[in-house]
Design a protein around this ligand. Sequence first.
Ligand SMILES: [Zn+2]
Length: 333
Amino acid sequence: MPQTALYSYLTMPVVIDFHTHIFPSAYKDFLPEKSAAAIERFRKQARSWLRPVSRTLHKTQTVLRHLPEPARDRLDRIGGLAPLPGLLVESTESDLREAMREYEVDRAVIISHPPFIPNDFIIEAAANQPDFIAAVNIPTGTRGPGAVLKKLHGEGARILKIHPAADGDGLGAPRYKALLRTATDLAMPVILHTGCLHSKMIYRDPGLGAAELFKPWFKAFPETVFILAHMNFHDPTTALDLAQEFPNLLVDTSWQPSESIAEAARRIGAERVLFGTDWPLVGNNIRVGLRRVRECVRSGMIKPEDADLILGLNAERLLGLCPSTSPQSAPTS
Ligand SMILES: [Zn+2]
């Protein structure tokens, strides 16, 4: 191996995708092995056919924010359904493993979304698999939500996800208080869905994704690390305003163009930005997400060492995956 190649191999930074979802396979357990293998071959082929579509969707999504609000809301309603066909060809645990291998991603946070992605399914997928980190979401109507979270933590859950826009519950719901108290006691980071994607087909109350609504939680739980998933989607400026005000907030890069990722690093410090892709929604997210972070470096908007932090070192530190650091020390800028 030439010396430069050896050097880059030895210094290859860790890459952790902090925001993915894997879906149970719809047919593998029911179909004969031969038929399942044939379907797998077809799905793989179909993924390459869908690449131009997903490329266009990724590009379109980042410019929607510049449209006047009524037009954007109308497009959100249609666009919110666009990811769904892609899930037929890219969504399972083995699909994610294939994408991770292809793009050299070391670990992925896999996030549940009951009832479509049950907590037990996520816990089982992450059990004894060091490259998967389980994030659980305790659904509306769960009795004793704090106790349920504690049990799942005992079974391997490392992160709590809260998604009020999908739940349709106001932020004052007692369930959320119980969950936040338990997560704080267990020193679990909390991923919040942020951003208003106006699709009632997907979310019960899209408005509950507005990042500013969570302010009372940031104040009430200052020792808890909150990750603002999607950086508030169409409105990353508000997410960064909040992160500047509350040192216990981090943001993830999913659905954000290079300019917003660089802006986040500049305003709150690269050590509070986590690489996340929301794989597999829309398709080919890992490639697109990595390219956006690397584009920040290529264009001189961030330094290579900032990219290393964003791509994996921050997640490693937050989750206590590197031996010399404490899992719950919230990085501050
Ligand atoms: Zn997601």
